[in-house]
Write a protein that binds this ligand. Structure first.
Ligand code: ZN
Length: 216
């Protein structure tokens, strides 16, 4: 990790979301890219993987927005096994990793720490046309390639937020959230949480951008 600190533009990574003052509504789509194109080989394989895991999704037309923002090869997840609020356009690789993370990391962790299921994941969304906070570089959210996750509702009624749970006096909440973070680092390219910077005190940012791997 020390080496990564030297090699990577850490300041950019640590503020990959910039979501607080970000504009979450994209501009209107351009008319030229409305139709649903044939999926590339890579996307086709990814879509097949989603289907084989029982994930239900709807393919979205490729969209180019102003300022370089875009959603190419994206899907709308319909059913991943864990209800999730606020999911918008997601690139197929991001959707695939998210579905796997809910099954392989999230639900087992809830079972392990609380003996319960996660009944709802709350997110701040996926697509959002914005730059990385404090920079002129496009956030992965501007490519539908990132998700911000803020809270988890358990079947017994407990609600665990990243904001209050990360350093909670209840060690189960702390360990649960750290297990989710660690499991994400093994599956996504860039993972940021409360220890990354103040921007991420209230959510986990997972993305499939090319600047990783990075885990903080
Ligand atoms: Zn984010």
């Amino acid at each position: 990790m020390r080496q990564l600190h030297i090699l990577l533009p850490v300041a950019l990574l640590l503020s990959a979301c910039g979501m607080i003052d970000g504009n979450t509504d994209g501009p209107q789509p351009s008319r030229t890219t409305e139709r649903l194109p044939a999926a590339t080989g890579e996307t086709r394989q990814c879509l097949a993987n989603l289907s084989s895991r029982g994930v239900e999704y709807r393919r979205l037309p490729d969209r180019n927005f102003a300022n370089g923002c875009r959603a190419i090869g994206a899907v709308q997840l319909v059913q991943v096994g864990t209800p999730t609020r606020n999911l918008g356009a997601m690139t197929c690789p991001l959707a695939d990793r998210y579905a796997r993370w809910t099954r392989e990391v999230l639900q087992p962790a809830a079972e392990r720490h609380f003996g319960e299921q996660v009944s709802l994941v709350e997110t701040f969304g996926t697509y959002g046309c914005r730059n990385i906070s404090g920079t002129g570089r496009l956030s992965e959210h501007g490519k539908a390639n990132a998700i911000d996750i803020s809270a988890f509702n358990l079947s017994g009624g407990r609600r665990i937020t990243v904001l209050n749970g990360w350093n909670n006096s209840d060690s189960r909440e702390r360990r649960f959230l750290r297990d989710l973070h660690r499991g994400a680092c093994e599956r996504f390219e860039i993972v940021l949480g409360p220890d990354a910077n103040a921007d991420h005190r209230n959510h986990f940012h997972f993305d499939m951008g090319s600047r990783g791997p990075y885990c903080r």
